[in-house]
Design a protein around this ligand. Sequence first.
Ligand code: DAT
Length: 170
Amino acid sequence: MIEQSLPRVILITGTPGVGKTSVGLSLKKRGFTILNLNDFIINNGLYFGFDYPRGSVIIDDIKLQEILFNELLYYPKIVFIEGHTSELVPNDFVDSIFVIRCNPGILRERLKLSRDYSNEKIAENIQAEIMEECLLSVKRAFPSKPIYEIDSTNNTPEMIVNKILFRMQL
Ligand code: DAT
């Protein structure tokens, strides 16, 4: 059944490795609906191809916005969307944005332990975190929406979720 009004979308973004997926799993455990943007892009073929040197997909932004817009109409009133390209989510749906941050040295360790990334790709992600690329992207894409930063360096995913739910009064 189509919901009568647009869902309230809360974005969880940040450099790969900061802990978005972990936060998403914790939200899911508490009964919230969470959409992983990367999986959504892959599962729906919303990409032009693969950028082999960078080890990432080349996203079809226009198609993503169109398909996501139609998909979100069927979602419950509150939806969390998690992904480091959250700035591509249609603006009309977005209520608030949380940017998960991490100390670059700790992020390097997390990426080394959890990902099969080349040293070059790890360095690229550390650089992105230092340069606040995700934060700047959402500031550009959603200039009138509230944007909150949460540090995951010394906060567990559960602690981060508590902060998000407190802030959103959920
Ligand atoms: P992302 O989805 O942002 O790429 P992730 O949730 O997959 O990140 O986490 C990457 C790794 O870091 C993974 O091994 C789990 C660990 N991790 C995530 N959040 C953490 C936290 N708050 N404290 C310590 N380790 C964390």
